[in-house]
Design a protein around this ligand. Structure first.
Ligand SMILES: *[C@@H]1O[C@H](CO)[C@@H](O)[C@H](O)[C@H]1NC(C)=O
Ligand SMILES: *[C@@H]1O[C@H](CO)[C@@H](O)[C@H](O)[C@H]1NC(C)=O
Ligand SMILES: *[C@@H]1O[C@H](CO)[C@@H](O)[C@H](O)[C@H]1NC(C)=O
Ligand SMILES: *[C@@H]1O[C@H](CO)[C@@H](O)[C@H](O)[C@H]1NC(C)=O
Length: 500
């Protein structure tokens, strides 16, 4: 079901790409006309990328022209402040997308230390057949590099003070800008927001965004789901730190079923908005990190989303974790890319609180059951009720199971866990449940699951805690029953007595 929905998203995407391909003759024509324009322009020394600097009022932009120092003053470029330059991607329409203004506004209004905010505008080269836009990325990268080198020569503005933020194709444009820098300084930072995957997946590091393009490269992957070997966003690591929110392949709240919600919000643009939802989520996660400085999302190193979903990857030992978005810790301990995972909410603020629950079950049932559980967590600030947990397999042996639980709220320090064995809806389960509740034979009197303790690790605080059953004399859990667990420290004596 999920798969077929994704296929349909992909097909719609294809249609969009196709439709721009049909306009190819038109695209090529204007492309040709523009290249002629370039020849005439070259004498008047203009770049085909327009560099727009945003003044105090965010919607007023001012064009900086390469080799024209007067435009720096006119536009209010302050060379003692860093420069953040946004680079957009391939465009379906010949206009800039809304997120650009949201990002500019956030950069302008939210930072404690102000920055110069600019946009590398390459609309005429980006609104064309996708593969032509791909070819244009090198040229735009080259022009950005030329601008940065000119800034270094003319006003001694070091490229290490530059942060390029590139979305989709713009991520690779930024990478090319980095590789065309010939001076002794590299670009300070490049952030790739769901860097394009189409035609870049098998490219060598020189032909796409890669860690050697800047002193620090971070990438957020949000739509890497593959169909027929193609994906919109690139899946493989391309940065020093690669962030994979919700695994990176698709994003919550972007389902086609959400189309109606999007219609209410975006009107006629709802379909495009839904198609772009997961791709553009990378941008909104980044903007969110600026808007909610007090709610930064931690991401954790992990092999894959499967292990992450079992709560197995919440360790931040040796500074292995990092923060998603603008405030990412900028370090490159090794050349190797680090892949970090996290769960996010479907809308801003995107942050969740991650918990690993480790529970050792002792199986004292006679019939196989596939239990579903629900936990309620009580913290010093908030309580979260009935969070469902489902096991992939039934409990057949005395094993320790690990789960990931994510909460939208900061509940403070965890003080109590309520663990409930929910009734299952599956008929065979109901039958088994009845057999367990109503003891037919003498032996069944002792039938149930025993949970002695629950070990908890809180990802955000890195705190480890152990919770013990409140009533150590009755450890057996039966269907529909709920048991309360409190911090062991407070009744560790009782526990020790019981264990003896
Ligand atoms: C800018 O100036 C440099 C050096 O004078 C020159 O090589 C370059 O062609 C100029 N570029 C543009 C676009 O004006
Ligand atoms: C440039 O920024 C610095 C540091 O914030 C500030 O002190 C200075 O006044 C600014 N210069 C101009 C011309 O605005
Ligand atoms: C517990 O073990 C018994 C015997 O191995 C098995 O038949 C039963 O299915 C197990 N119980 C559960 C809850 O899986
Ligand atoms: C699980 O542990 C219980 C009690 O410690 C024991 O009676 C039972 O045989 C164990 N079952 C398995 C499958 O190891």
């Amino acid at each position: 079901m999920e798969n077929s929905l994704c296929v349909s998203i992909f097909l719609v995407l294809c249609i969009f790409i196709q439709s721009s391909a049909h306009g190819q003759s038109l695209g090529l024509e204007s492309f040709g006309r523009r290249s002629r324009a370039v020849e005439t322009k070259e004498t008047s020394q203009e770049t085909r990328t327009r560099f727009l600097l945003f003044k105090e009022e965010t919607d007023k932009s001012c064009q900086i022209r390469l080799n024209h120092s007067d435009t720096l003053q006119q536009c209010g470029f302050n060379s003692s402040l860093p420069l953040v330059m946004i680079v957009h991607g391939w465009l379906m329409e010949a206009s800039l997308e809304n997120w650009i203004w949201q990002m500019v506004a956030a950069l302008k209004s939210q930072l404690a230390r102000p920055v110069n905010v600019a946009l590398a505008e390459w609309v005429t080269l980006a609104h064309t057949h996708y593969s032509i836009a791909v070819r244009n990325t090198r040229l735009v990268g080259q022009e950005i590099a030329a601008l940065l080198q000119w800034l270094e020569e003319s006003v001694h503005f070091s490229p290490s003070n530059v942060h390029l933020i590139g979305y989709s194709l713009g991520a690779h444009v930024s990478g090319f800008a980095g590789s065309y820098m010939s001076g002794k300084h590299k670009i300070g930072r490049i952030t790739g927001l769901d860097a394009a995957g189409l035609l870049f997946k098998r490219a060598s590091p020189n032909d796409r965004l890669s860690p050697d393009d800047a002193n620090f490269v971070d990438a957020i992957h949000t739509f890497t789901q593959e169909h027929m070997g193609l994906s919109v966003g690139i899946k493989q690591p391309i940065a020093h730190y690669d962030f994979y929110p919700n695994g990176g392949s698709y994003q919550p709240g972007c389902h086609f079923l959400e189309l109606y919600k999007h219609i209410a919000k975006h009107g006629l643009n709802a379909i495009t908005q839904t198609i772009k939802c997961a791709h553009e989520r990378s941008v909104h996660l980044f903007i969110d990190s600026l808007l909610h400085a007090d709610m930064q999302s931690t991401a954790y190193p992990c092999r894959d989303m499967d292990s992450f979903s079992q709560g197995l990857c919440l360790s931040c030992k040796k500074g292995r974790c990092n923060t998603l978005g603008y405030y990412a810790r900028q370090e490159q301990q090794s050349k190797k890319s680090k892949s970090l995972f996290l769960v996010t909410r479907a809308q801003s603020p995107f942050k969740v609180y991650h918990y690993q629950l480790k529970i050792q079950f002792i199986n004292q049932t006679e019939k196989p059951v596939e239990p579903t559980f629900a936990v309620s967590l009580l913290g010093t600030k908030e309580e979260m009720q009935k969070i469902p947990i489902t096991l992939n397999k039934g409990i057949t042996s005395n094993k320790t199971y690990s789960f990931l639980i994510t909460l939208d709220l900061d509940i403070g320090e965890l003080i109590m866990i309520k663990f409930k064995w929910e009734n299952s809806m599956v008929w065979s389960n109901v039958w088994n449940t009845v057999q367990i509740i109503i003891p037919w034979g003498r032996k069944s009197l002792h039938s149930g699951l025993v949970l002695k303790s629950i070990r908890v690790k809180a990802g955000e605080t890195q705190q480890r805690m152990t919770f013990c059953s409140e009533n150590m004399n009755d450890l057996q859990l039966h269907p529909t029953q709920e048991k309360t667990f409190v911090r062991c420290e407070s009744n560790s004596k009782k526990l020790k007595q019981k264990i003896r």
